[in-house]
Design a protein. Structure first.
Length: 148
């Protein structure tokens, strides 16, 4: 098996049935827009408070890592919603969610009836893992570039 970056970015033959791909599209657009609008765009540009939060987690170059997190959530969410570079966008968001779940919320429970928990970043992470593996399906911009 040879490495094919085009296949990695855009996928191969369209998978599955049209209704399954419609379901993927609904999940992709919903998760992407919720990530971008609810979590990412508000962090651009990173505020001093967010940079300080990143620094408090022990990251070197906290300004750089604050920008990377904000761009992963904002641009990654918009790209995911469009189905453009779906796998790289999902990978970037998955990385940000891993940091959120295991570092930012490292001491928090998985579930909580009140207060912070790991639940939301783990849920977003599971959704991103799905798109990292499956790609955008037949209803996304990546499908226009797919080679069969």
């Amino acid at each position: 098996m040879r490495f094919d970056p085009h296949h990695l970015l855009f996928g191969g033959a369209a998978p599955g049935a049209p209704l399954a791909d419609a379901g993927l599209a609904v999940a992709r657009v919903s998760a992407g827009l919720m990530m971008a609008l609810g979590h990412g765009l508000g962090k651009l540009p990173p505020s001093p408070g967010f940079v300080g939060f990143v620094e408090g987690m022990g990251f070197p170059s906290p300004l750089l890592f604050a920008w990377l997190a904000a761009l992963a959530e904002a641009a990654g969410g918009l790209l995911l919603a469009a189905g453009l570079f779906t796998r790289p966008a999902a990978a970037a968001i998955l990385g940000a969610m891993a940091v959120a779940a295991f570092i930012a919320h490292g001491g928090d429970p998985v579930f909580a009836t009140s207060g912070p928990s790991k639940e939301l970043p783990l849920l977003y992470g599971a959704v991103m893992l799905t798109f990292l593996l499956a790609g955008c399906g037949r209803y996304g911009v990546d499908a226009l570039f797919r080679r069969d």
